[in-house]
Design a protein around this ligand. Structure first.
Ligand code: ATP
Ligand code: MG
Ligand code: ZN
Length: 511
């Protein structure tokens, strides 16, 4: 007998339909699986047969042929266990096909018949309707995540037995329903806040400017000065993530297998903080069937590279393309996959190898050559994409001991959102520009016009500090943002002067 069960797999964050066709015919028992299965799919036989016997049903001891169509796309992972098991039960007459035909099925089986969560539930749920299916049957742990998609009947099950009873009409199960808006608003808290940071007014202001214009930034300071602490709080002052952005980011996290019962919707801007030993595949994505890397997991949020000089130069250089395009493409022999990767980059480093060059309380014994080598170890192409350099000094004890707390993230975010609002107006209709940081040469010319006073100031700064043309453009962009924060139509000398301050690496001519 023949049966067919619908399942799906993802390429990038898009799902495609996989039909699990099963044929059982008389003959010596054998089990053939075709349609480009990987090892995990091939091993489904052991899990499926054991799970079926363990719930008191029969695994057919005949000639079993299973085809995963379309045959030309690679199938990987264990999510086909449940559809294969159900297809076998249907083909051997142990399960009526009517309910089964209307839904898409996903799930990994353990030997005792329990279901384990799968990757990619959200992108698959999102395409169910497009694929013409009205229901999605999947492990309960994935149900809330999938139910974020509207107008889809999501049935979460714990075990194979429960799935069978439901499909046979012996047990009714309530579809999982969530209101994405409720889920969204209940999970908006970051758990950290800018009011935790004592002192550091200069650094906090720099972070506000960076957030307001979407500028990448570099924090430079001695150990313990609070660089990591500040970077973690950057997400809390970015404009609130929208539901669409949250769903987009969740799709990526879902494919990476980072979602589950505790995290069904990534409702806050992600903060990703990879260790400096990360590989280029870990950073931009990779694997035989490419999985998203840190740049994509940070989509719509912040990617923080702490101890930047410790990262392998070639690893950082692979970030060039994603940073330019806002997405990564990874090519493999069989497929090319792209993942969104629009993030703000924050980096941190010490001012010298020992770390204490700028700390008045410690003495630094690094030689000028050591310092020079340390500075030149940071990746040039990456540094070129950083608009703002912030010096983070060690906080004096009496400031740390101060009981009063600083301004909270919500207040700062309100100003950031106002500044971003002006930018959205400004760049309406300009393709690919959403904030000042995205401005190219043309836009700079149009929107960053300087008056006489500013021109004189900039000329002086360029000659005095020996600034490069690149630094010059970055100063213009950042002054535009500072003017936006001040609600000023034109860039004034004070705005420009502040922007010049944020080029400390150029000014100290450390490079
Ligand atoms: N301005 C501050 N206000 C309150 N606490 C602070 C401040 N600066 C530092 N701290 C405290 O010091 C700890 C160390 O800070 P953090 O790890 O951010 O320093 P760092 O600059 O990243 O150091 P390293 O160079 O060693 O990575 C923080 O966890 C925090 O408790
Ligand atoms: Mg740190
Ligand atoms: Zn030193």
């Amino acid at each position: 007998m023949l049966s067919k069960v619908f399942s799906a797999a993802v390429t990038g964050i898009e799902a495609f339909l996989v039909e699990v066709e099963t044929d059982i015919s008389p003959g010596l028992p054998c089990y053939t699986l075709v349609g480009l299965p990987d090892n995990a799919v091939r091993e489904s036989r052991e899990r499926v047969s054991s799970a079926i016997s363990n719930i008191g049903l029969r695994f057919p001891l005949k000639r079993v042929t299973i085809n995963l169509a379309p045959a030309d796309r690679k199938k990987e992972g264990a999510a086909f266990d449940l559809p294969i098991a159900l297809a076998l039960l249907a083909a051997s007459g142990q399960l009526p096909p009517e309910r089964l035909e209307r839904c898409l099925v996903l799930g990994e089986l353990s030997l005792d018949g329990k279901l384990k969560p799968v990757h990619g539930a959200l992108p698959i749920a999102a395409s169910c309707r497009k694929l013409g299916l009205e229901g999605l049957l999947l492990p309960r742990a994935n149900a809330v995540e999938a139910a974020v998609v509207r107008d889809l009947e999501v049935i979460g099950v714990e075990t194979l037995a429960e799935a069978v009873r439901f499909l046979a009409g012996e047990q009714e199960l309530k579809p999982t329903r969530v209101d994405p808006n409720d889920l969204f608003s209940s999970r908006l808290s970051y758990g950290v806040d800018f009011s935790d940071v004592k002192g550091q007014e200069h650094a906090k202001r720099a972070l506000e400017v960076a957030a307001a214009g979407g500028h990448n930034l570099l924090l430079i300071g001695p150990p313990g000065s609070g660089k990591t602490m500040l970077a973690r709080r950057l997400v809390t002052i970015l404009p609130r993530i929208s539901l669409e952005e949250a769903i987009e980011t969740t799709r990526i996290h879902s494919v990476a297998g980072l979602t589950g019962e505790s995290q069904s919707l990534v409702a806050t801007r992600p903060f990703r903080n990879p260790h400096h030993t990360i590989s280029d595949a870990g950073l931009i994505g990779g694997g035989r069937i490419p999985r998203p890397g840190e740049v994509s997991l940070a989509h719509n949020g912040v990617l923080f590279l702490d101890e930047m000089p410790e990262f392998q130069k070639n690893v950082l250089e692979v970030m060039r393309q994603p940073m330019e395009d806002g997405e990564v493409s990874i090519s493999r022999s069989l497929i090319t996959v792209s993942y969104p990767a629009r993030f703000m980059l924050a980096c941190a480093m010490n001012p010298c190898p020992c770390g204490y060059l700028t700390d008045p309380a410690h003495s630094c014994h690094c030689t000028p050559t050591q310092i020079k080598r340390y500075m030149s170890s940071i990746s040039g192409p990456l540094l070129d994409r950083i608009d703002i350099h912030v010096e983070v000094p060690a906080v004096p004890f009496d400031q740390l001991a101060d009981k009063r707390s600083g301004e909270n993230s919500e207040n700062i975010r309100a100003r950031v959102e106002k500044g971003r609002g002006l930018q959205l107006e400004r760049f309406r209709g300009a393709d690919g520009i959403y904030c000042n940081a995205h401005m190219g040469r043309q836009a700079l010319k149009k929107y960053c016009v300087l008056n006489e006073e500013c021109l004189a100031l900039l000329r002086q700064a360029v000659t005095h500090f020996g600034l490069s043309a690149r630094a010059h453009d970055r100063i213009l962009k950042v002054s535009r943002t500072i003017a936006d924060l001040a609600g000023s139509e034109s860039i004034e000398a004070a705005h420009l002067a502040e922007a010049i301050q944020y080029r400390s690496l150029d000014r100290t001519a450390m490079r």
